[in-house]
Design a protein around this ligand. Structure first.
Ligand SMILES: [Zn+2]
Length: 74
């Protein structure tokens, strides 16, 4: 859902790599080559970035649904 902050296996920080990785892959570059350029060597980190599907922008559109009722304060 969200871009990965850290590798799920080894804990290496990945959040700073996500925007460039996403931009370059969407521009048509080979994902493996982008990961090589970014210096991501471990296969667990490569797997984490490659398998991420960031669909938060698509979900944000529907966040107002279900909030028609007046929300009572606690
Ligand atoms: Zn890792």
């Amino acid at each position: 859902m969200l871009a990965p902050v850290r590798c799920f296996t080894c804990g290496a920080p990945l959040a700073h790599l996500w925007p460039e990785f996403k931009r370059r892959v969407e521009a048509g570059e080979d994902p493996g080559k982008v990961l090589d350029d970014l210096g991501v060597k471990r296969y667990c980190c490569r797997r984490t970035l490659l398998s991420t599907v960031a669909y938060i922008e698509e979900l944000v559109v529907y966040t107002h649904i279900g909030f028609k009722k007046k929300v009572r304060p606690f």
